[in-house]
Design a protein around this ligand. Structure first.
Ligand code: HEM
Length: 707
């Protein structure tokens, strides 16, 4: 593809490797120095322990942060290399370019190093927790119970397993699609430690955990992506002409996400601005803000100096090399600051948080993850809120990506129906109220509120979202191939939509079974109490309701393309097939004589609505009444779509009739035989495909700097 130097001599390669090793050694020294300073300043370094008290010793005390830094950096590099292979470096549809193939192989090796480092980290973490040297925690039974029965141990085990899976996927990836899948798994491997570290024990549990997960993922895409591109240019495997403009857009999104999530996470720990200046943790957070500012400066400099130069059509290979070298020099300095910032982050995560001594440890707060709210009133249910970080992340991302898609179309001069944007916004607003709003707050406390939230999340919010046509918007706004035959992000999405999995899950019968089956599987099994009693379980329930609702209503009234489009009458039939199951379920709840999740609800010890069975009966009644709501909405939507489809069909017939008449008169004039029917539709379809291919071919050779 864009390989710059097909014939590099052995001496070239040796000198490149030597310079790379020199730079890596410098980065390692700077990072370790920053880590040391932060550990000493923030009191995360091993302390002198009076004789007789448990002490893990210096190997654990110093080794654990160093190994954590290694796992963080390995995870970041793996994500970056795979991201580069999947979407940044251009590859043909049938295989990977030389640079991308090298990137996946390097990612596979780094993932194995990362997995080994995670296992060492597990041993050191156990030694740290028990306050004994690492050699005394190596007993298999001890390690097994740590890895299997504690949140931290399980997080590390899952991370190691995911990294091994990534290594296998990366090694076997031979197309952009394979690399994209490996990237997703590599991103997932970053998350488990966020769920079990500092954040997991903080007051606003879900907000802390979700913001850290977003923070780490965004930082990895940004830092790792830059590292991978710098490596590709430095080793002269790719001239970055196509990769840099695309990375520049991604980096801007990541910068915003790192800043926002970092501030939210720090806010949860510090709880007041004053603590930024009066505590060691706060001062270190300020250090990160400074680092972000410096990195923002690098980004600005890149946009001013290197991005356009690298992306421009260079007159000679020498010009192209000079531009790539300028990019690499700046990126090398930037990456050094980034690695030092990650070292600062690791030191920060070992620094005691100022709020840790003031945690509310009451049973109610432990169960809910926040203090019990006062008795519900109309204004509290309408305007209250709960810091559910995962739902907030989803809301911000869903709104921002949709807005970016609409803006991209506008900039291109294309229109997007306002009704769809309003519908998407309405769907998100309903989701917001039922998850992070007052209703979401009381859904943790009262079964009746939980039922209203459930109905809204699975039956009202999804209707708004599917009518917002997000997939159609993505297909129109995502970039296509940059070089002829490349699989661009749009083609990757298309491939996912045409995959066997998509074909299976969008089968109307499966969508129906999931939609109604979830009700019975959740509430009439031990699943419900287990999920209610777990913070992440509650979040999983919310997203499950939304996802199955989205799937069901996508099949029913979705504007987006779906593998099997049902005729309107069958869609109405599908809706009516679901309703009796809802009604039976509600009646069963209303007449139940036992309380679902009794231990959880009685454990809350709330001083209001103390009759749990009555509250549950009310929930059943609400579920029954609200079951009618989607019927009205869906019938309305199907009716509108039906009449529009009829009108379009009639217009198409008119056009075809006109064209046929013109052709018939032409043929009559030439004295030729009449053509058979049916050619028109095929010709139209072929013309449409040819139009798309021509548009892609036109754009493929024109990289757009800065976009
Ligand atoms: C506004 C700027 C930033 C703020 C306020 C911020 C804040 C934070 C906070 C509070 C944590 C949690 C530490 C703990 O567990 O106690 C964290 C972790 C982290 N941050 Fe940042 N950060 C910022 C910028 C950055 C940047 C620019 C990067 C990378 C280039 C970065 C990379 C990381 C990483 C990798 C972690 C996870 C460390 C670990 O637990 O191993 N952060 N950050």
């Amino acid at each position: 593809m864009t390989t710059v130097s097909p014939r590099r001599t052995g001496r070239d390669r040796a000198s490149t490797t030597q310079r790379l090793v020199q730079w890596l050694s410098g980065v390692a020294l700077v990072s370790l120095a920053v880590l040391l300073i932060v550990l000493l300043y923030g009191r995360g370094a091993p302390q002198l322990v009076p004789a007789g008290l448990p002490d893990a010793g210096p190997i654990t005390g110093w080794g654990l942060p160093v190994v954590s830094l290694l796992t963080d950096l390995a995870g970041i590099v793996v994500v970056g290399l795979l991201l580069a292979a999947a979407v940044l470096l251009p590859s043909p549809a049938t295989g990977l370019s030389d640079a991308a193939a090298h990137a996946t192989r390097l990612a596979a090796r780094t993932a194995m190093v990362g997995a080994a480092a995670v296992l060492v980290e597990a041993v050191l973490t156990l030694s740290d927790l028990l306050g004994t040297p690492p050699s005394s925690v190596l007993a298999p039974s001890l390690l097994r119970s740590f890895l299997g029965q504690t949140a931290q141990g399980r997080g590390l085990l899952v991370q190691a397993a995911l990294l091994v899976a990534v290594a296998g996927l990366a090694r076997s990836a031979n197309t952009s699609r394979g690399a994209a899948f490996a990237t997703l798994v590599a991103v997932a491997a970053l998350v488990p430690p966020a769920l079990a570290g500092h954040s997991a024990s903080s007051g606003s549990h879900e907000l802390a955990v979700a913001s850290l997960a977003v923070h780490v993922v965004a930082a990895a895409l940004w830092v790792g992506g830059l590292a991978a591109l710098a490596w590709a240019a430095f080793t002269e495997r790719d001239d970055l002409r196509y990769a840099v403009p695309r990375f520049s857009t991604l980096a801007a999104w990541c910068f915003a996400a790192v800043a926002l999530s970092g501030v939210v996470n720090a806010g949860v720990r510090l709880e007041s601005v004053a603590r930024l200046f009066t505590t060691a943790y706060g001062v270190l957070v300020l250090g990160k803000v400074l680092a972000l500012g410096i990195l923002g400066g690098f980004g600005w400099w890149h946009r001013q100096r290197t991005v356009e130069r690298v992306a421009a059509r260079a007159a000679t290979t020498a010009d192209r090399r000079t531009a790539a070298r300028a990019f690499v020099s700046l990126a090398a300095a930037e990456l050094t600051v980034m690695a030092a910032t990650v070292a600062l982050a690791v030191g920060l995560s070992r620094t005691p948080t100022p709020s840790s001594g003031e945690l509310d440890t009451s049973q109610t707060t432990q169960l809910l993850g926040f203090p019990l709210p006062p008795a519900p009133t109309i204004s509290r249910v309408a305007f209250g809120w709960v810091p559910d970080g995962f739902a907030l992340t989803f809301l911000v991302l869903a709104a921002a990506l949709y807005a970016a898609g609409v803006l991209a179309l506008r900039r291109r001069g294309d229109s997007w129906p306002v009704g769809r944007t309003i519908s998407w916004g309405a769907g998100l607003a309903v989701f917001a109220w039922a998850s992070v709003g007052g209703l979401g707050l009381y859904s943790h406390v009262l079964f009746s509120a939980h039922m209203v939230a459930h109905m809204l999340l699975s039956m009202v919010a999804p209707i708004g979202l599917v009518l917002g046509a997000p997939i159609t918007l993505a297909l129109r706004a995502l970039p296509g191939p940059r070089t002829p035959g490349e699989l661009g992000p749009r083609q990757l999405l298309q491939a996912a939509l045409h995959s066997r999995v998509a074909n299976l899950v969008t089968h109307p019968l499966l969508a129906l079974v999931l939609f109604v089956g979830s009700l019975y599987a959740l509430y009439f099994t031990p699943l419900f109490p287990a999920l209610m009693a777990n913070h992440l379980g509650h979040v999983a329930m919310e997203f499950h309701f939304l996802a199955i609702g989205f799937l069901f209503f996508w099949v029913l009234v979705g504007v987006d393309p779906v593998p099997r489009r049902l005729p309107p009458i069958a869609r109405v039939g599908l809706l009516f097939a679901a309703m009796p199951f809802h009604a039976f379920f509600s009646i069963a709840l209303m007449s139940a004589s036992t309380v679902l999740a009794n231990d959880y609800y009685s454990g809350l010890d709330r001083p209001y609505r103390i009759d749990l069975l009555a509250d549950q009966g009310l929930g059943g009644g609400i579920g029954w009444a609200m079951g009618e709501l989607p019927i009205i909405l869906v019938l309305g939507a199907v009716f509108v779509q039906w009449t529009r489809a009829d009108r379009r069909e009639a217009e198409r017939f008119d056009r075809e009739a006109d064209r046929a008449a013109v052709r018939a008169s032409d043929r009559a004039a030439r004295g030729a035989a009449p053509a058979g029917d049916g050619d028109d539709a095929l010709a139209d379809y072929n013309a449409y495909l040819a139009g798309l291919a021509a548009r892609d071919a036109r754009t493929a050779e024109q990289p757009r700097p800065g976009r």
